[in-house]
Design a binder for this molecule. Structure first.
Ligand code: ADP
Length: 198
């Protein structure tokens, strides 16, 4: 059973790695960004509420985000572990996740911090803008997202480090290499049982 959180700046490769790790560890990848984008695309009530925040590169208010995650974690597939991508991102969200998990008598097993320097993440996001046309991948909005990350989310690394949960992984290099680095760190800690053990 693995309860894993992926953290890192926009463009570090969390979404890409989340999908690969979810397959390898046989747990669902839960991405708040994906959930929001799905709702925006389908013009649901939630989507209409969050669109302006996302397009501006601002965080969606905690009350909305916390409620979405609480619902998602209650689904049956998350009972045996999960991979969180993009949540929590604020200290209030950390408190809410702690509350949700302790109500179930569980806690996070590991926090994987994926690092990449600013030049690299900006160039990746600008490339993604061309490929995927995300409204929040323009130069101005990218700059803002990086600022918001530094201000609101980077402090979470200290919070989780104090709990001894953080493992730092270099996000530069081929996608497969980064996955291997993460899987190695997980198996070393007896996590992600279905990963190849060497
Ligand atoms: P990235 O990390 O690459 O910027 P995501 O897909 O994780 O992209 O998130 C896209 C947007 O969705 C964020 O800029 C924000 O507006 C919103 N969002 C996602 N997760 C959260 C969260 N935990 N709290 C608040 N807003 C969030």
């Amino acid at each position: 059973m693995t309860r894993l959180l992926l953290i890192g700046p926009p463009g570090a490769g969390k979404g890409t790695q989340a999908e690969r790790l979810a397959l390898a560890c046989e747990v669902p990848a839960i991405s708040t960004g994906d959930i929001f984008r799905y709702n925006v695309t389908n013009k649901t009530e939630l989507g209409l509420e969050v669109k302006s925040f996302i397009d501006a590169g601002a965080y969606v208010p905690d009350t909305l985000t916390n409620a979405i995650v609480a619902d998602r974690l209650k689904e049956a597939d998350a009972a045996g572990g999960f991979l969180l991508d993009g949540y929590p991102r604020t200290t209030d969200q950390v408190a809410e996740l702690d509350r949700l998990l302790s109500a179930e008598g569980t806690q996070l097993d590991i926090v994987v911090l994926i690092t990449a320097d600013t030049d690299e993440v900006v160039s990746r996001l600008l490339k993604r803008a061309v490929e995927q046309g995300r409204a929040d991948d323009t130069a101005d909005v990218i700059r803002h997202r990086l600022d918001v990350y530094a201000e609101q989310t980077a402090p979470l690394i200290d919070v989780y480090s104090a709990r001894g949960l953080v493992v730092t992984i270099d996000g530069l290099g081929a996608v497969e290499e980064v996955t291997e680095r993460i899987l190695a760190a997980l198996t070393e800690r007896g996590l992600c049982a279905s990963a190849p053990t060497t």
